[in-house]
Design a protein around this ligand. Structure first.
Ligand SMILES: NC(=O)c1ccc[n+]([C@@H]2O[C@H](COP(=O)([O-])OP(=O)(O)OC[C@H]3O[C@@H](n4cnc5c(N)ncnc54)[C@H](OP(=O)(O)O)[C@@H]3O)[C@@H](O)[C@H]2O)c1
Length: 429
C-alpha cells in the first residue's frame, strides 16, 4: 500500500459534510485498505469558522474555499456546499488545479452538468455525484456502469422524501395537505421553506440528471416538465382509492415509442397499489427502471439525511481515489445519442378527471362528445348526483397530453360543466 496519503478538501461541513468527515476519520484504516493508500482530510471550508465542529481539528477549518482548492496538493475535492455559486466556480477551479471532484449538488449538476463534465474532461479529472440523486441509493453508478450495455426505456421514481412523507400521511391518515406538511416540518422532513420540494423543483433536477444518464443525451432542468403536489386533496386520495390506486409525486423519464426522442417530467400521479412504487412509504425514495434486456429493476432506500448521503459521497470518494492511484479516470458524460427532448404535450398517458356538472339529462353525452372530438377515448365514467349538482369522474385510455389539455379547455366552456375539480395522470399500468 502507498504510504503517501491522498489529500481531500471538504467544501461544506453541514448535514452531509460533517458526516463525511466523521466517517473519513472513524473508518480511516478501512478506507485506506480499500483504496490502497491513506486518505487525509487536508482542509474543511465553511461559512462560519467559529461554530463548534466535533472531531474536526480547528486548524483544518477555513473560510477561504478558493485558496483551499488552489493549494495544488489536493487530490480530491468533496463539494457539499450546495447551490450554484460559489460551488460551480470552486469545482472548475479544483479541476484546473489537478483535483477530481465528488459532489452531492443536484441543482448545479442539473443546470450545468455538461460544462462541468467538459471541464473535468479537459483537465483529466473525475466528476462523481452519486449522492445528488436519491441519497444513499446506488443509482447513478448502476445506470452509468452496470446498465451501460443495455437499453433503458423508462426511469420512474419517487426521488423526494419530503413529498413522499406528506402524500403518505394524506393517504394513511386522511390528512389534508397543510396538516401533513406541518407534521413533516415538525419531524424535520420539510424545510422552513418547503417550496423546492413541494413544487417539484428538487425532483425535476434529479429527473434531468437521471434522464441524461439513462438515455445518453443532454437533458437540462429547463427541459423537465414540472407540477408540484400542493393541489392534491383528500378527495383525490378518495378517488384514487376507489380505483385501487394511491398518489405519488413521480419523476418520469421516458424514451418515446419510436425511440426518436425522450421526455422528462415531474408531477403527482395515481399509481395502482400493485405497483412496487405504491408501497414506498414515509420519506423513503425508490426508482423503478425498465431496461430492454434486464427487464424491471427497483432501487429503494433512504433518499436523504446526513449519514445516508455521506455513504454515497464516501463510495464516490473511494472510486475517485482508486482512479487517482491508477492515473485513470472513470466514465465521463455520455451524450452521444443527442436525442431531442419532447414537450409535455407529446407525452402519452392515462388521465383521471373529476368534473363538477349540472345533474340533468344529456350532460354525460355532452361531456363524452368533447372527449371524442379531441381523440381521447374514455375507459370508465362514474357519476354521483346531489341537489341538482353532480360529480363526474372520467378515466381515459392512453392519450397525448396535448389532446387532454384541449379536451379540458373545451369542457370548461360547456354551460353544464361547473368546474374541473381535478386532473391527475394515471401511471404504472
Ligand atoms: N441534506 C441531505 O439530506 C442531502 C441529501 C442529498 C444531497 N444533498 C446535497 O448535499 C449538499 C449539502 O447539503 P447539506 O444538507 O449538507 O447543506 P447544509 O447543512 O446547509 O451545509 C452546507 C455547508 O456549506 C457551508 N457553506 C455554505 N456556503 C459556503 C461558502 N460560500 N463557502 C464555504 N462553505 C460554505 C456551510 O457552512 P456553515 O456550516 O458555516 O454554515 C455548511 O457547512 C447540497 O448540494 C444538497 O443538495 C443533501
Amino acid at each position: 500500500m502507498r504510504t503517501r496519503p491522498l489529500k481531500v478538501a471538504l467544501l461544506g461541513c453541514g448535514v452531509v459534510g460533517s458526516e463525511v468527515a466523521r466517517i473519513m476519520t472513524t473508518h480511516a484504516d478501512d478506507l485506506a485498505a480499500r483504496i490502497g493508500a491513506p486518505v487525509e482530510l487536508a482542509g474543511v471550508a465553511v461559512r462560519r469558522p467559529d461554530k463548534v465542529r466535533e472531531g474536526i481539528p480547528a486548524e483544518l477549518i477555513t473560510t477561504d474555499a478558493t485558496a483551499l482548492v488552489k493549494r495544488g496538493d489536493i487530490d480530491v475535492v468533496v463539494e457539499v456546499i450546495g447551490g450554484v455559486e460559489p460551488a460551480r466556480t470552486l469545482i472548475t477551479t479544483a479541476f484546473e488545479h489537478g483535483a477530481s471532484v465528488v459532489s452531492a449538488n443536484k441543482a448545479l449538476l442539473a443546470q450545468d452538468g455538461t460544462s462541468l463534465y467538459a471541464s473535468a474532461d479537459q483537465h483529466g479529472q473525475d466528476l462523481y455525484y452519486e449522492a445528488a440523486v436519491a441519497g444513499a441509493i446506488p443509482l447513478i453508478r448502476p445506470l452509468r456502469e452496470s446498465l451501460a450495455g443495455d437499453k433503458i426505456n423508462r426511469v420512474m421514481g419517487i426521488v423526494n422524501g419530503t413529498t413522499n412523507f406528506i402524500l403518505d400521511r394524506m393517504d394513511t391518515n386522511g390528512a389534508g395537505y397543510s396538516e401533513a406538511l406541518d407534521e413533516a416540518t415538525a419531524l424535520g422532513y420539510a424545510e422552513a421553506d418547503p417550496t423546492a420540494d413541494v413544487e417539484g423543483f428538487d425532483a425535476a433536477a434529479k429527473a434531468a440528471i437521471l434522464a441524461g444518464i439513462a438515455f445518453h443525451t443532454r437533458v437540462r432542468l429547463d427541459d423537465v416538465y414540472r407540477e408540484g403536489m400542493t393541489e392534491v386533496t383528500a378527495a383525490d386520495f378518495a378517488s384514487a382509492k376507489r380505483m385501487g390506486c394511491t398518489i405519488k409525486l413521480l419523476a418520469i423519464c421516458e424514451r418515446s415509442a419510436d425511440g426518436e426522442s425522450v421526455t422528462a417530467r415531474v408531477h403527482p400521479a395515481m399509481i395502482p397499489l400493485s405497483h412496487p412504487l405504491a408501497s414506498v412509504r414515509e420519506a423513503y425514495n425508490a426508482v423503478f427502471v425498465e431496461a430492454e434486456a434486464a427487464g424491471r429493476l427497483m432501487f429503494y432506500g433512504p433518499g436523504a439525511g446526513g449519514s445516508p448521503t455521506a455513504s454515497a459521497v464516501l463510495g464516490d470518494l473511494v472510486a475517485v481515489c482508486r482512479n487517482k492511484l491508477n492515473e485513470a479516470t472513470g466514465p465521463g458524460e455520455s451524450a452521444y445519442t443527442q436525442l431531442p427532448v419532447s414537450p409535455m404535450g407529446d407525452v402519452v398517458t392515462r388521465y383521471h378527471i373529476s368534473l363538477d356538472v349540472a345533474d340533468k339529462p344529456g350532460v354525460l353525452a355532452q361531456v363524452a362528445t368533447v372527449f371524442a372530438e379531441h381523440g381521447v377515448s374514455i375507459d370508465t365514467v362514474r357519476q354521483q348526483g346531489k341537489d341538482g349538482e353532480a360529480s363526474l369522474v372520467v378515466v381515459t385510455h392512453r392519450a397525448p397530453d396535448a389532446a387532454l389539455s384541449g379536451t379540458v379547455e373545451a369542457l370548461r366552456k360547456l354551460d353544464t360543466v361547473r368546474g374541473v375539480a381535478s386532473i391527475m395522470r394515471v401511471e404504472g399500468e
